[in-house]
Design a protein around this ligand. Sequence first.
Ligand code: 5GP
Length: 234
Amino acid sequence: MKKVKQVYEGKAKKLFTTEDEDIFIQEFKDDATAFDATKRGTIIGKGVVNNKISEKLFTLLEAKGVPTHFIKLLNDRDMAVKKVEIVPIEVTIRNIVAGGMAKLLDIEEGIILNEPVLEYHYKKDELHDPLINDCHIFAMKLATKEELERIAELSFKVNDALKEFFSSKNIDLVDFKLEFGRCKGEIILADEISPDTCRFWEKGTKRKMDKDRFRRDLGNIEETYQEVLKIVSD
Ligand code: 5GP
């Protein structure tokens, strides 16, 4: 399978068409950004690691009944994915208070939530991905009621599966962000699942094993990403 034409370049990935009109190639870059791209850098080897972690986690989720855009790994940085129309909503699920929720509500990081919190954010960098609710989504026609119900159902299913998986690896899944796409009339999980899009804390020590090491200049970034890959691959 070969890349034909680049159709998109985001902060962490590029997307290419292929000879097959239903299949795209997603390429993972080493570029890292934070705080609406005001902080920029490179995490050496991140693209390779995130490609492989996403492959493992998409495969795990497919086995749990979550449809995803993942088709197959092509090489170190590239995966073949189903062509989708991205729903312009970022779904966040939180199990433990951190980051945006701690700031928004002025509550302490680390508080364990009684129930997972699901948030929708409008995918718009210029507006800093603002928090929205289902009424905004229907009023703005970002998704239909049926689509949003499916998105929420799949998001909680992803949380259950990943929480259990990481817990067995001595890691707490703090929170994560998902994106969904429309593919032949179906809602499927798209984008990536990696230390760029999740918060992972080592159980007990709360050592951060995710992009917060870059955001907050905590050091050992490359090593920690490699460590997560090893844990996910074992
Ligand atoms: P927060 O809202 O606390 O900043 O983010 C919640 C979770 O979603 C974190 O795991 C974070 O990494 C992920 N997340 C939220 N928005 C984005 C985004 O625009 N890009 C990436 N890579 N991750 C995001």
